[in-house]
Ligand binder design. Structure first.
Ligand code: ADP
Ligand code: MG
Length: 700
C-alpha cells in the first residue's frame, strides 16, 4: 500500500457509505438516521457501552445485574404458561445452573435447544422465580472444540433502527481499516493537545471501538479513559467553537432595533388568561432589552420542562411583528411545529396577526401560498420545521429567529436560517430555547459567548406530579388505575422498557405491551408509538392522542420532547430501574401540564441495585430538573456501568458537561486559537460532531 497523499486522504474522507461493500440504499438510509453518510462518520458513532465477551463466566459465580457470557449444556427445555406463554430452558456448566426465558420463540428454536445441546449465551443476569436467569439472551450452539471468544471488548452502538449490532461493528471496523490507509484529518491544533497528554485522534478512535480485553470496563463505562477524554475534548470544542463563530458572524453587522410601536408584545401578554410568572417576566425583560438594541442578540433561554418558554418566544415574535418585521420559530418535529402553530394562532388571531405554518407534510398548494405570504411580507409570524430550509423559502424581512429544543438542530442549520434573514447589511436576532438542565455556571462556560436567561420557576397552580414507585408484581393495580383515569376522561401514557441495543426488540416489546393492555382494557382506545414506525405514522398517533381520540398511548421512549397534552394525567414507566435520572425526568415532564393532579408510576423489577434504588428515590422526591441533574452527576461515579448516555444532554455523544468540566477552560483556549490560526478547520470539525443535527433527539 502506498503512502496516502493529502489529496487521496481528502478523497477517502469524502467517501459515501454506499461505496462500502454490501451497503445498499436501504442500509444507507438507516445509517443516515444515525447521521452517517460518509465512511468517516461511522468512526464517530460511539459505543454506548461495552460488554465483555472475551471470557466465559462460570455459572457458580454469576451475580444479578452482571452482563456475562456463559456456556453450558441444556438440561431441560419446556414451554409453560405463566400469565403468558413462554419457553424456559435450563442450562448447567457443572458449577451452577441458569434459566433462559423466552417470550418469543419458534418451534425450531425449541427443538434446537434439546437436552444435551451445548450453547453459549450472552445477556444480563437477573434474579427470577427459579433462581438466576437471562431473558431473551443472545445464544448460539457450540461444539466442544470452538473457542470463538472475542479478542477485544465488544462495543454496543446506539439503537440504529434495523442495523444489527454485528453489522454495525463490521462497518465500523472497515472504516477503521480505511482510517489506517488514509488518516482522518485531525482538525484540532497540536499545540492544544500536547499539554493535555491525550492520545491522537487515530489512537483514540481505534481504542474506543476495539478496547483490548484487559481494558477496564468500569473506566470505560465512566467515560474516564484518555481515549474517551480525547474525543470528548474534540466534541466540546466542536460545539463551543462553532457557537463562537456564529456569534462572531452575527457581530459583524448590526441588527434591527425592535421598538414595537404597535405594542403588539404588550397586547399579547395582556391578552393571556394568566399572568407571567416572576421568572418569565424577568426573562422577557432581558429578551426585550436585547431586541431593542442595534446589536444582534444570540440568547440562550433555558428552563425546565413546562416552565413556559413558548410564551416568551411568542412575546418576542410579537415584538418583531409589531415593529413591522418578521419572526420565525423553528421546531424539530412536525408535531411540535404544529403544536406551536396552533398555540400561536389562538393567541394572535384575536390581535389580527396572521401566523403561517411551513412543514414538510402540508399539501404543496397550502405550502405554496404560505411561502408566498411570507415572501411578500403579508405574514409576519412563521412557525416551521426543517422545511424552512427549502429552496424558495424567502422572507420579506426576517428580524428574529427562534429555535426550540436547540440541541436537536445542528449549528449549520441555525447558521442557514440566520443567513435567510441577512438582508440590507443587517442580521436577525436569535433566541435559542432549551430544556436541558445544565447548572448555570457550566452553561456559561460551555456556551461561552451566548447570553443566558434562565426561567427557574414553574407557573403557579400546577400541582406537582406525584411520583410513586411500584414493583412489577402490582401491575394489575396499575392497570386498574389506568381504567379509572380513562373513565374520568383523562389520558394516560405507558412507557415501555428501555432496551438500548435493539430498536427491534424495543418496538416488539411495545407492540406486545399494547396487545396485553388492549386485552385487559377492552373499552379503552389505545394507540402505539415506537421507533420503527415511519415518522408520519408516529406524528399521526401523537396527534390523535393530543386530540383525545386515543386515551392510552403506549410508547417507547420516543415520546417527543415538548409535547403538551394537559389532559394526560397519568404516566406509567416500565422497568424504570433501568433508566437514567435525566431521562426519567424528561419523560415525567409529559404529565402535570394542566391544573389537575398528575401521577407518575414507576414500575420496577426487583431486585434493585443500590444505585437504582437511589435513583428512584431522587426522582420520587424532587421535581426540580437542576437538582436532578446535580444528583445524577454525583451518582454516576466510576463503577456505574450504565455508560455516559444517561445525562440527558442528548446533543453530546461522548462528552459530558459535568464530568468533563475540567476540560472546558482548555476548550475555550483551543477555540480562540482556532479562530485565530485556522478558522477554516472549524466548519469540518463542526460537521464531524454536529453534522446536520438529525442524529439527535432520538432518545428512544
Ligand atoms: P416549555 O417551557 O416546556 O416549552 P410550555 O411553553 O409548553 O413549556 O408551557 C407549558 C404550559 O404552561 C402551557 O400549557 C402554557 O400555556 C402554560 N403556561 C405558560 N406560562 C404560564 C403562566 N405564567 N401561568 C400559567 N400557565 C402557563
Ligand atoms: Mg417547549
Amino acid at each position: 500500500m502506498s503512502e496516502p497523499s493529502p489529496n487521496r486522504s481528502a478523497r477517502a474522507e469524502q467517501r459515501p457509505v454506499t461505496a462500502m461493500r454490501g451497503v445498499g440504499a436501504m442500509l444507507a438510509e438507516r445509517l443516515q438516521r444515525l447521521g452517517v453518510t460518509q465512511v468517516q462518520d461511522l468512526l464517530f458513532v460511539l459505543p454506548l457501552r461495552y460488554e465483555d465477551r472475551t471470557r466465559i463466566v462460570p455459572m457458580g459465580s454469576l451475580q444479578p445485574g452482571l452482563r456475562a457470557a456463559v456456556e453450558g449444556e441444556v438440561q431441560l427445555t419446556e414451554v409453560v404458561f405463566r400469565r403468558r406463554r413462554q419457553m424456559l430452558c435450563r442450562i448447567s456448566d457443572g458449577s451452577g445452573f441458569l434459566t433462559l426465558r423466552f417470550f418469543h420463540f419458534t418451534s425450531a428454536q425449541q427443538s434446537g435447544l434439546a437436552r444435551g445441546t451445548r450453547i453459549r449465551c450472552f445477556g444480563e443476569i437477573r434474579r427470577g422465580p427459579l433462581g438466576l436467569e437471562m431473558v431473551h439472551p443472545e445464544y448460539r450452539r457450540v461444539s466442544e472444540a470452538t473457542s470463538g471468544l472475542e479478542e477485544t471488548l465488544t462495543p454496543i452502538y446506539p439503537g440504529t433502527e434495523g442495523v444489527a449490532q454485528g453489522r454495525m461493528r463490521a462497518l465500523v471496523n472497515e472504516a477503521l481499516r480505511e482510517l489506517d490507509r488514509a488518516a482522518v484529518r485531525d482538525w484540532v491544533p497540536p499545540q492544544v493537545l500536547a499539554p493535555l497528554g491525550l492520545p491522537s485522534l487515530k489512537e483514540a478512535l481505534t481504542y474506543v471501538h476495539n478496547p483490548p480485553r484487559e481494558a477496564r470496563i468500569e473506566e470505560l463505562a465512566a467515560g474516564r479513559h484518555p481515549a474517551q477524554r480525547r474525543l470528548a475534548f474534540e466534541e466540546l470544542l466542536a460545539h463551543h467553537v462553532s457557537l463562537r463563530l456564529m456569534k462572531r458572524a452575527a457581530r459583524t453587522e448590526p441588527s434591527w432595533p425592535l421598538e414595537d410601536p404597535e405594542h403588539l408584545s404588550r397586547r399579547f401578554i395582556e391578552s393571556l388568561p394568566f399572568p407571567l410568572t416572576g421568572a418569565q417576566a424577568r426573562v422577557l425583560k432581558e429578551v426585550e432589552t436585547d431586541l431593542m438594541g442595534h446589536e444582534p442578540t444570540v440568547r440562550l433561554l433555558q428552563g425546565d420542562v413546562g416552565c413556559g418558554k413558548t410564551v416568551i418566544a411568542a412575546a418576542a415574535a410579537a415584538r418583531a411583528a409589531g415593529s413591522g418585521f418578521q419572526a420565525v420559530l423553528m421546531a424539530p418535529t412536525e408535531l411540535l411545529a404544529e403544536q406551536h402553530w396552533r398555540n400561536f394562532c389562538q393567541w394572535f388571531h384575536p390581535l389580527h396577526v396572521p401566523v403561517a405554518l411551513v412543514s414538510g407534510s402540508q399539501p404543496a398548494r397550502v405550502r405554496r401560498s404560505a411561502l408566498q405570504a411570507i415572501a411578500s411580507g403579508e405574514v409576519r409570524i412563521v412557525v416551521g420545521t426543517h422545511a424552512l430550509f427549502q429552496e424558495g423559502m424567502d422572507f420579506a424581512q426576517l428580524a428574529l429567529v427562534i429555535v426550540d429544543e436547540q440541541h436537536r438542530f445542528g449549528v449549520q442549520q441555525r447558521l442557514r436560517l440566520q443567513e435567510k434573514g441577512r438582508k440590507h447589511g443587517r442580521f436577525p436576532h436569535q433566541l435559542i430555547m432549551t430544556a436541558t438542565p445544565i447548572p448555570r455556571t457550566l452553561a456559561m462556560t460551555a456556551y461561552a459567548d451566548l447570553d443566558i436567561s434562565v426561567i427557574d420557576e414553574l407557573p403557579p397552580g400546577r400541582t406537582p406530579v406525584k411520583t410513586v414507585v411500584v414493583p412489577e408484581q402490582r401491575r394489575e393495580e396499575v392497570v386498574a388505575r389506568i381504567l379509572q383515569a380513562c373513565r374520568e376522561g383523562r389520558q394516560v401514557y405507558w412507557v415501555c422498557p428501555l432496551i438500548e441495543e435493539s430498536d427491534e426488540l424495543r418496538s416488539q416489546a411495545a407492540e406486545e405491551t399494547a396487545a396485553v393492555l388492549a386485552e385487559a382494557l377492552p373499552d379503552v382506545r389505545i394507540g402505539l408509538v415506537h421507533g420503527r414506525m415511519p415518522p408520519a405514522k408516529k406524528d399521526q398517533a401523537m396527534l390523535a392522542f393530543k386530540a383525545g381520540k386515543i386515551q392510552l398511548l403506549v410508547a417507547t421512549t420516543v415520546i417527543e420532547v415538548g409535547v403538551d397534552v394537559p389532559n394526560a394525567t397519568l404516566m406509567v414507566i416500565e422497568n424504570a430501574e433501568r433508566m437514567g435520572l435525566a431521562q426519567l425526568h424528561q419523560l415525567r415532564g409529559r404529565v402535570g401540564r394542566g391544573a389537575d393532579a398528575s401521577t407518575c408510576v414507576l414500575l420496577y423489577r426487583a431486585p434493585l441495585s443500590e444505585l437504582a434504588r437511589e435513583r428512584l428515590r431522587v426522582i420520587r422526591e424532587t421535581n426540580d430538573g437542576f437538582v436532578i441533574a446535580r444528583r445524577d452527576l454525583e451518582l454516576r461515579g466510576p463503577g456505574e456501568l450504565l455508560g455516559t448516555r444517561q445525562t440527558g444532554l442528548a446533543q453530546l455523544r461522548v462528552a459530558d458537561l459535568m464530568r468533563d468540566a475540567d476540560l472546558l477552560p482548555r476548550v475555550q483556549q483551543a477555540a480562540e486559537l482556532m479562530l485565530e490560526t485556522c478558522p477554516d478547520n472549524i466548519a469540518p470539525l463542526a460537521a464531524r460532531w454536529i453534522g446536520s443535527g438529525e442524529r439527535y433527539g432520538r432518545v428512544g
